[in-house]
Design a protein around this ligand. Sequence first.
Ligand SMILES: Nc1ncnc2c1ncn2[C@@H]1O[C@H](COP(=O)(O)OP(=O)(O)OP(=O)(O)O)[C@@H](O)[C@H]1O
Ligand SMILES: [Mg+2]
Length: 271
Amino acid sequence: MTDTVIRVEGLVKDHFSHFLRKRFRALDGVNLTVQKGEAFGLLGPNGAGKTTTQKLLLGLIKPTAGSITVLGKAAGEKSALQRIGFLPENPYFYAYLTAQEFLDFFAQLFDLSGKVKADRIKELLELVSLTEAKDRPIRKFSKGMMQRLGVAQALINDPDLVFFDEPNSGLDPIGRRDIRQIMLLLKKQGKTIFFNSHMLPDVKEICDRVGILHRGKMIGENRISEICKSGSYQELEDYFMNMISNAEDEYRKTGSVTPYHIEREAQTGPR
Ligand SMILES: Nc1ncnc2c1ncn2[C@@H]1O[C@H](COP(=O)(O)OP(=O)(O)OP(=O)(O)O)[C@@H](O)[C@H]1O
Ligand SMILES: [Mg+2]
């Protein structure tokens, strides 16, 4: 039995701008695997294609080319989605519901009821430190509280695989620490985490492995233990900056960048 939870091969996504009558290649030949229980961080500058990748993995949008398998199924297949949790980049919350009502709604979508539902909601409210605020309408929540509620929503079905798109953006240091601790707990519970982020210190603490996207291409991929040999977060920042700066240089010279898997195949032969 394979322990590969996500497998992506030759993924291409073109967006079409009707206004400009032009095609834009947001992802260009991305290869990627994530193993069971791994925390994988997808890094890259704004517009690199991170959110597009998550949307494709969830089956929210369709690829132009390439193949995607998630939990052994094609992206977006219902039996796999039932085992997935997702915190989108800009989550929307119906402002007039309370936190309790909001979680109740999502619990019902997953057919939870009675004591199982009540226990699950109670446990999640505690996990994200919203027990005291559970009866307050969401419109009165701060950004950090909303983000924590989004995390609780993503975990309502006790998923095996979670997708978090910038869960720590815009949070104060306490909010960031809370989200980080929740993610570390999920990791301890053996869940697989796929995580887009610009917060490199958090990435260093949570992730086992990172991939770097640049202009739609995966230009680097490595284990955190390999990158941060002395354990310093600075090493991850240096790795990221070097990769991006080299790729930008190459892009300026040739109008293109060499994806990581092509570089690797040139050294080791095709997989
Ligand atoms: N629906 C769309 N139509 C046209 N272009 C799109 C669409 N969605 C994304 N793009 C473009 O695709 C590219 C990748 O966008 P994406 O949202 O995946 O980036 P990102 O890496 O998540 O960036 P950020 O760090 O800012 O969140 C960008 O140039 C973006 O403008
Ligand atoms: Mg994004």
